[in-house]
Design a protein around this ligand. Structure first.
Ligand code: HEC
Length: 104
């Protein structure tokens, strides 16, 4: 019984924490965004700093409803990626935004 409970806790904890990170990976975002270093796209840390306290703005950007504020000169590259996420349900967009914002 104790073992079963432990397994349930681990599994439950993983789904909770994995959400935004899993979406980020499964949508291919990680190929252009590293946690800290700027590569093709800005590092998640830089994005998290630009959107600190502005989760709502970040969700809007992910829906294609707000302009880029991190690197507007390269906005076209990123806007093309939004087709992958802009129609996700609100709770998944929030999880994705929270995952990005967790990199400050
Ligand atoms: C082909 C490379 C590429 C992929 C794939 C990519 N991005 Fe980006 N991303 C960029 C570039 C370049 C920028 C800088 C331009 C900009 O700021 O919009 C950027 C910027 C961003 C920003 C900052 C927006 C702002 O206000 O400036 C966010 C948030 C973001 N990406 C999220 C994502 C998410 C989520 C995914 C996966 C669906 C993703 N990116 C996939 C290249 C990419």
């Amino acid at each position: 019984m104790r073992k079963l409970l432990a397994v349930m806790l681990i599994a439950g904890g993983m789904t909770f924490a994995a959400d935004g990170a899993a979406i980020f990976k499964s949508k291919g975002c990680a190929s252009c965004h590293q946690p800290a270093a700027d590569t093709v796209g800005p590092g998640l840390k830089k994005i998290a700093q630009a959107y600190a306290g502005k989760e709502g703005e970040l969700v809007k950007f992910l829906k294609g409803e707000a302009p880029a504020i991190v690197d507007p000169a390269k906005e076209a590259i990123m806007k093309a990626q939004l087709t992958m996420v802009k129609n996700l349900p609100e709770d998944q967009l929030k999880a994705l935004a929270d995952f990005i914002l967790s990199h400050k």
